[in-house]
Unconditional design. Structure first.
Length: 195
């Protein structure tokens, strides 16, 4: 296995729904102007970073962020990086859901007609394996995706349960780095945001 390989987790820029707090998985929406501006800042931040491989979610918001950041021509579509399927909660905010189900929490309650956190964790495990295989001698792999899948991927990188992705937060247009301390997987940097 490729000890030393870093996974750079890059959350897509702002969308209308990320701004309003609506759960967004299957709905394929584009970035806002602010989201595109943040992706341009990502481009400036990442321009000297060498990636052995670049993977992106197939969703427009992730692909657009990846392209503006300068990696669209070499990015490989990775379906495992799709956002958590929120089922019947797609497009709804947590306060809206709580009007019907008081105390509802995406991390603790059933996702009707969607995925469990554990199913998303299985996808994250497969993405980690593919990313490490794409850079077996160390180096860096970029993963452009969404908040919850990347939070769960962070938990699984640390060998925590998928639901423990609730312990991490990732802003739009943020960069986090999963790395190593000797043979131990660690979080090298979390939720670096840019103005």
């Amino acid at each position: 296995m490729s000890e030393g390989t870093q996974l750079w987790l890059i959350r897509h820029g702002e969308t209308e729904w990320s701004l309003s707090g609506q759960h967004t998985s299957r709905t394929d929406i584009s970035l806002t102007d602010e989201g595109r501006r943040r992706a341009e800042i990502l481009r400036d931040y990442l321009k000297k970073t060498v990636f052995n491989a670049v993977f992106t979610s197939p969703m427009q918001r992730a692909r657009e962020t990846c392209a503006i950041a300068g990696f669209g021509d070499r990015a490989v579509i990775e379906n495992g990086l799709k956002e958590w399927d929120y089922g019947v909660y797609e497009g709804k905010t947590t306060p809206q859901i709580r009007q019907e189900i008081p105390g509802w929490n995406v991390w603790k309650d059933p996702i009707i007609e969607g995925e469990t956190a554990e199913q998303v964790g299985e996808r994250a495990d497969a993405v980690i394996e593919r990313a490490l295989a794409a850079s077996p001698a160390g180096g860096r792999v970029a993963l452009f995706a969404h908040a919850h899948i990347l939070r769960i991927l962070t938990a699984r990188w640390l060998r925590l349960e998928a639901r423990q992705g609730s312990l991490f937060i990732l802003g739009t247009g943020s960069v986090s780095v999963m790395g190593w301390e000797r043979e131990t997987r660690v979080v090298a940097s979390l939720n670096r945001e840019f103005e």
